[in-house]
Design a protein around this ligand. Sequence first.
Ligand SMILES: Nc1nc2c([nH]c(=O)n2[C@@H]2O[C@H](COP(=O)(O)OP(=O)(O)OP(=O)(O)O)[C@@H](O)[C@H]2O)c(=O)[nH]1
Ligand SMILES: [Mg+2]
Length: 129
Amino acid sequence: MSQKVVNVAVGIILRGEQTYICKRPDDKHQGGLWEFPGGKIEADETTTAALARELLEEVAIEVHSSDSFMLIEHDYGDKQVRLDIHKVSDFSGEPHGAEGQQGRWVAISDLHLYAFPKANQAILEKLCS
Ligand SMILES: Nc1nc2c([nH]c(=O)n2[C@@H]2O[C@H](COP(=O)(O)OP(=O)(O)OP(=O)(O)O)[C@@H](O)[C@H]2O)c(=O)[nH]1
Ligand SMILES: [Mg+2]
């Protein structure tokens, strides 16, 4: 059965050797797992506009610029996603779980201690290499 691919803008928020991750609410797709903040790209929205909007909504930071990092396509069976992942080190504000979700700064070298959705495996591999 062919499914529509969901396009997602994802931000790896960086400060020195740390990155800011959030815990996905239990009732959402891949709930209870940790993630890099981001969300669905709306129709007629550019990836960078979606990235800025999602990071403002979810972690309340203002993105000034971002760098394309990698594109991941993954089929979860119940959902097919295309993650357009960007590094974000140029931002203002202090990230926090603006939608009531848990969030924390973690060392990139400690990311393997957190459970992420399967599609994120390749991100961790590239980030930690
Ligand atoms: N934000 C984010 N989404 C991810 C990651 N990895 C991953 O597989 N996804 C998947 O990407 C899809 C879309 O992300 P999302 O649920 O954050 O979308 P959203 O913020 O627009 O939320 P919404 O459901 O309230 O509209 C989900 O199916 C999610 O499981 C990740 O690291 N960050
Ligand atoms: Mg989201």
